[in-house]
Design a protein around this ligand. Structure first.
Ligand SMILES: [Zn+2]
Length: 318
């Protein structure tokens, strides 16, 4: 039972009091931390150093091999959305950003510099778990500046050939997503949850990226997955799973879809209050939703946790 191992990680995390106050004030990490690996698609060796950043910096990638050229983790820098999400600014690329951003966003890290010495974020074990451990190692620091949330005010939907993604107003950050693959170990899976740091660390972060053996050659021919192995991805053949340890969760694929979805929503650049419902949606639709939201200020409002709390309290007594 692999999941037991991860619940003990959460037990460690739950003893840290910042989970609660993280709702009110902007955060960064306490000390720089490093991690190395290879890129899933490029196969290149890459080292990341994450460092504290000032108030209202956001999450910013710095290409340390290119004089610390900055690429903010924001929707307007999205370059490619097939198989992985890539950011580009003035021709400088950072690819496969979604697992790192998903974890930092879900654990409430508002500000950090992510120095990276190559063009692709390392895949590590294919999940968000190594980034959860990295943040725990770094510690979390609170600023006095109040966090500003982006709250959805009216429903928005993006549809394309049977795929759909919708966001509804909500006072929490809530996800509903599904996957459907014609495979005996996958089939139709769905999950719905309010995303909190605790639940994310326990239920979503450990879920690994996945693929099917029959599509590997086509992907390699497109120049993808040069770094892929059973060490960093779940691989299914027609009948079963090829990884010796099996799956971490029976619905690991659906949980990983949630991880990827959050990684793309992170490009909003502010903590989100809304209910996202993704029906067979992938990176391209996630990005299309974020662009729709951010291109129309009448869709959302910006408010602090205290403003939201007083509004909710007022609604309860009136
Ligand atoms: Zn992924």
């Amino acid at each position: 039972m692999e999941s037991i191992r991860y619940s003990s990680v959460w037990e460690l995390l739950s003893e840290v009091p910042w989970w609660k106050s993280a709702l009110r004030f902007e955060t960064t990490i306490q000390r720089p931390v490093e991690i190395s690996g290879i890129g899933l698609h490029s196969g290149v060796a890459v080292k990341i150093r994450v460092a504290p950043a000032p108030v209202s910096t956001g999450l910013v990638f710095l290409r340390s091999d290119l004089g610390n050229f900055p690429i903010p983790a924001l929707w307007r820098h999205v370059a490619r959305v097939s198989y992985a999400t890539s950011l580009m600014r003035q021709g400088v690329l950072i690819s496969t950003t979604e697992h790192l951003l998903s974890t930092f966003y879900s654990l409430g890290i508002d500000n950090a510099y992510i120095e990276i010495d190559n063009l692709e974020v390392p895949i590590l074990d294919g999940s968000g778990q190594p980034f959860v451990e990295l943040i725990r190692e770094a510690g979390v620091r609170h600023y006095r500046r109040k966090r500003r949330y982006l709250r959805i005010r009216r429903p928005i939907s993006v549809e394309d050939r049977g795929k759909r993604i919708t966001i509804l107003p909500d006072d929490t950050f809530r996800l509903t997503c599904d996957v459907h693959f014609d495979h005996p170990l996958v089939g139709k899976q769905a999950l719905e949850m309010e995303v909190t740091p605790e639940r994310y660390a326990e239920r979503i972060a450990p879920a690994r990226t996945f693929g099917f053996e029959y599509e590997l050659d086509a992907m390699r021919n497109m120049g993808l997955i040069r770094g892929a192995s059973l060490e960093n991805a779940v691989c299914f053949d027609r009948e079963t799973v090829l990884n010796p340890g099996g799956l971490r969760f029976a619905d690991e694929c659906c949980r990983h879809k949630a991880l990827d979805l959050i990684g793309d929503l992170a490009l909003i650049g502010k903590p989100l209050l809304g209910h996202v419902i993704a029906e067979r949606a992938g990176h391209a639709m996630h990005a299309a939703l974020v662009t729709r939201i951010m291109s129309d200020p009448s869709v959302y409002e910006i408010l602090t946790f205290d403003q939201l709390a007083s509004r909710v309290a007022h609604a309860l007594v009136s």
